[in-house]
Write a protein that binds this ligand. Structure first.
Ligand SMILES: Nc1ncnc2c1ncn2[C@@H]1O[C@H](COP(=O)(O)OP(=O)(O)OP(=O)(O)O)[C@@H](O)[C@H]1O
Ligand SMILES: [Mg+2]
Length: 233
């Protein structure tokens, strides 16, 4: 007998709204009425500057709480996790920040192993997997260098390796190819798509790069949330 495959989507977004508090009038930053996605899917998030791409990724990582609507991941309401969100994020999310956020005082290899250990990967395995990923990225010769002594492309690939190391069910990447040349951008995208497929992670990539967008069969296009501003007026 085979186990029935769950048909419930991994990610469910309903009537999502984000307004940042601000003296005077809140800043409307995002409106997204509906999104559902399953494990193993890869989605590009596009839209003009200020349409809320980064805000959406922050909400999906439970780094901020929505001002309206619901996000459920694996059936869990991300808006009501409170202090449990840090633990959930460490175990469930790989995040590639636009500015990479590699720890400056640690080597590339240490950046990977520290992140893996925080995510609960045992030390020996963290080291093996970090080394293997760096090899795969052609970065093994740079394992002991600090980020400041790496090129932007090398740092970006390192940041991707760090995010996917523990095979999290959710991988979020914010403009991961910004400021990279075409060759490095291609490498970073290959890596994100291959590794998220290998671990059957749900991958969302915010991008304004048309070449990157074309690599995705699913695209979520955000609109400026300016309409929210006029509500009640
Ligand atoms: N912390 C914040 N406080 C107040 N307003 C914010 C904050 N972060 C973002 N915003 C505003 O929210 C809106 C959406 O911003 P966001 O950074 O999500 O857009 P984006 O689509 O990622 O833009 P870009 O393509 O330029 O990266 C913008 O109007 C922005 O000015
Ligand atoms: Mg952004």
């Amino acid at each position: 007998m085979t186990t029935p495959v769950s048909t419930a989507p991994l990610l469910e977004v309903r009537e999502l709204r984000m307004e940042y508090p601000q003296p005077g009038k809140p800043v409307p930053a995002l409106r997204l009425d509906f999104l559902e996605a399953r494990a193993g899917e890869a989605i590009a998030v596009t839209g003009p500057s200020g349409s809320g791409k980064t805000t959406l990724l922050h909400l999906l990582a439970a780094l901020i709480r929505p001002t309206g609507g619901v996000i459920r991941f694996g059936g869990r309401d991300l808006g009501s996790m409170g202090t449990a969100s840090a633990r959930w994020r460490a175990l469930s999310v790989g995040y590639v920040f636009q500015n990479m956020n590699l720890l400056p005082d640690f080597s590339l290899l240490e950046n990977l192993t520290i992140a893996a250990e925080i995510s609960g990967v045992p030390r020996g395995r963290a080291l093996d997997r970090s080394r293997a990923l760096l090899r795969r990225l052609g970065l093994e010769g740079l394992a002991h260098r600090r980020p400041a002594k790496l090129s932007l492309g090398e740092q970006q690939r390192g940041a991707v390796a760090r995010a996917v190391l523990h095979a999290p069910p959710l991988i979020l990447a914010d403009e991961p190819t910004a400021s990279l040349d075409a060759v490095n951008a291609g490498l970073v995208m290959d890596l994100l798509l291959e590794l998220s497929a290998e671990s059957q992670s749900l991958l969302l990539v915010a991008t304004h790069d048309e070449t990157v967008r074309k690599r995705f069969s699913r695209v979520v296009e955000l609109q400026k949330a300016a309409g929210v501003e006029n509500e009640g007026e």
